[in-house]
Design a protein around this ligand. Structure first.
Ligand code: UDP
Length: 424
């Protein structure tokens, strides 16, 4: 979290939300919540945990965050699984499954025997659920990606561990896997007061852009995303080349590495090659602590694009929308909750459609302004840290109550859903 207490968010979400958070925090006082994921930096899950864990602690819970320890081979396997979750056909060998089992077993020691809740984020730590029958706490599987098209060899392997958890959390109802346990639907959020999202003056933005070597002489089209094929950075370059035929502009592609993504370096090289020799394309690979730089780049953008092929949620979209940027994005996964076509942004499915939408926005400042304002309001109502924290506390309180009854398995209809439109 930013170095501020929850009271600092009152002006954004209102006093009632903050009061409710403290009330729920009091009810869950001293509960130990252990989050486990596979990387400390890079990607949306690390971003969420960096914000969520300190605010949980601030309201009286004991919250800890542990990261799986794995070798390169393990992360190659989990990246293959990740791609399989996104419907990419992959080859899975017995040796890969053995690697996953071996590293999972080595990580059993991470689990805190005193944890009241263990939250496994995504598929990488699912193997830890082997410990579940011997553990006193309640276990939650938090699936941050759209598993609708997960391919059978991977899902057949991981499913028993996911089913062993007491409940699952998904960003969208469409993501649910019907494992016979409780399901919660809860999109994530950004921290508006963090370095990545706080207000930054135009002068500071200009200074940072100068330091990064990006001239502000032409409108900027920006995509911020890990160098990952599912973010389609090469497609963004194709979009840019169509746009530039009509309107002079620059393209800024910003990416970074996640320690659990061994494919990033290769994709980065492909992007460099596709852009080589074009002085209007700026490719930046920034270190993990570049929050202020990312903030400035998003604020300097005339149009933000997100050309993801698949997207669990897409925090980069939320970040841009919070900064009142007009966003053009493919309507996939969690982006569909955020970009409501013609209202809070523009949806575009193909390269040509995206190019047309970007050209339109570059030519129509009034439309940029209108979409940007509505985008910010949409984020303020739905995807802001205190609201997310409140939903988390409600979820934990519900699970705690269930734990006090003998039977914890509830039917699917008992699912709890917090989506845009439902009151915070
Ligand atoms: N991000 C970053 N540096 C980069 C690229 C991305 O800090 O070079 C951040 C980005 O600002 C966002 C998160 O990583 O907070 C990406 O989350 P998202 O949900 O968009 O995608 P994921 O990487 O989880 O697929």
């Amino acid at each position: 979290m930013s170095n501020t207490n929850l009271g600092a968010y009152e002006g954004i979400v209102g006093g009632q939300v903050i009061e409710e958070i403290y009330r729920l925090g009091h009810r869950l006082r001293d509960c130990l919540v252990q989050h486990v994921n596979s990387t400390l930096v890079g990607g949306g899950v690390a971003e969420i945990l960096r914000r969520l864990v300190p605010v949980m602690a601030e309201v009286g819970l004991r919250a800890r965050w542990d990261v799986l320890e794995g070798d390169e081979e393990f992360f190659r396997v989990t990246k293959t699984f990740h791609n399989a979750f996104h419907g990419v056909p992959v080859e899975v060998t017995p040796a890969m499954l053995e690697t996953y089992r071996r590293v999972s077993r080595q990580n059993h020691r991470l689990i805190d025997p005193g944890a009241d809740f263990v939250v496994l984020h995504d598929q990488q730590p699912l193997g830890l659920a082997e410990v579940r029958p011997r553990h006193r706490g309640r276990w939650l599987w938090y699936c941050h990606i759209d598993p609708a098209d997960v391919t059978p060899p991977v899902w057949d392997f991981l499913r028993p561990w996911a089913a062993r958890c007491d409940a699952a959390i998904y960003h969208l109802p469409a993501y649910a896997r019907r494992l016979g346990h409780r399901e919660y639907f809860m999109p994530p959020a950004i921290d508006p007061l963090a370095e990545k999202n706080r207000e930054v003056s135009p002068w500071e933005v200009a200074g940072i852009m100068e330091r990064l070597g990006i001239p502000l002489d032409l409108p900027l089209v920006v995509q911020v995303s890990r160098f990952d094929r599912l973010k389609d950075p090469l497609g963004v370059i194709r979009v840019f080349r169509l746009v530039r035929k009509e309107v002079p502009c620059r393209l800024v592609l910003v990416g970074g590495r996640a320690t659990d993504d061994p494919e990033g370096a290769q994709v980065y090289l492909e992007v460099l090659e596709a852009a080589s020799g074009d002085p209007d394309i700026h490719i930046l690979e920034l270190p993990p602590d570049s929050d202020l730089e990312i903030n400035a780049i998003q604020r300097a953008a005339t149009v933000v694009v997100q050309k993801s092929v698949r997207e669990g949620f897409g925090l980069t979209v939320t970040e841009a929308m919070w900064k009142s940027r007009p966003v053009v994005a493919t309507p996939v996964g969690g982006i569909t909750l955020q970009v409501i076509h013609g209202e809070t942004g523009l949806a575009a499915s193909t390269t040509e459609e995206m190019a047309r939408a970007v050209i339109r926005l570059l030519r129509e400042p009034a439309l940029r302004e209108q979409l940007g304002q509505k985008a910010k309001e949409h984020v303020r109502r739905n995807f802001i840290l205190p609201i997310y924290l409140k939903r988390w506390l409600e979820l934990l309180a519900a699970e705690q109550q269930l734990a006090s009854f003998a039977s914890a398995v509830a039917p699917r209809d008992d699912s709890t859903c917090w989506l845009p439109g439902s009151p915070p």
